[in-house]
Design a binder for this molecule. Structure first.
Ligand SMILES: [Zn+2]
Length: 177
């Protein structure tokens, strides 16, 4: 950026307006820098030019005075914001703490629930195993009884059961007589 006469002023509706050579209208701003405190200027960001509208302050004393004024104003401007931000920060910290402890409690209760479900599942599995074993035992007993029943029936009907040695031995005797 450089100082140049690339800006011009025009009077529009009784008011002085500033324009860049590129025809952009420029806004009048006030410098708060240590070197040029309080001096008004216009600048064109597009052409990267600026121009001071006021003369330098008469001495360093006045420069320091005006610069101090801007510093204090900035501090006063920022003071309430800093206070509000600090309040907001502490509020957010409290909220974060509360949320953290709530989540931790929730996690604990869920863990306890899961452990309980685990135990219940194991108990149910054990019960199921016992029931299965019982059913198998009952079925095998039933099968055994049924088979025995069938065996007795068969034995009663056909007395010449091949496994019955006394009857099978008698057969040839009958055949002979
Ligand atoms: Zn321009």
């Amino acid at each position: 950026m450089s100082t140049s006469s690339s800006t011009q002023s025009r009077i529009i509706r009784g008011k002085v307006e500033f324009f860049c050579n590129c025809n952009r209208q420029l806004r009048v701003q006030t410098s708060t820098s240590r070197a040029n405190p309080g001096k008004r200027y216009v600048k064109c960001d597009l052409c990267r030019v600026y121009e001071f509208l006021d003369d330098d302050l008469p001495s360093q004393y006045y420069k320091d005075l005006v610069f101090g004024f801007f510093q204090r104003q900035r501090g006063m401007d920022n003071g309430p914001m800093i206070e509000a931000l600090a309040l907001e920060k502490s509020r957010l910290e409290e909220e974060l703490k509360a949320t953290k402890s709530r989540l931790e409690d929730e996690l604990k209760s869920r863990k306890a629930k899961l452990e309980l479900y685990d135990k219940l599942f194991m108990v149910m599995l054990g019960c199921l195993c016992v029931i299965c074993v019982g059913i198998v035992e009952v079925l095998s007993t039933l099968l055994e009884v049924t088979l025995k029943g069938f065996g007795l029936l068969a034995f009663g009907k056909y007395s010449n059961h091949p496994l019955d040695s006394s009857l099978s031995n008698e057969k040839p005797g009958r055949w002979i007589t």
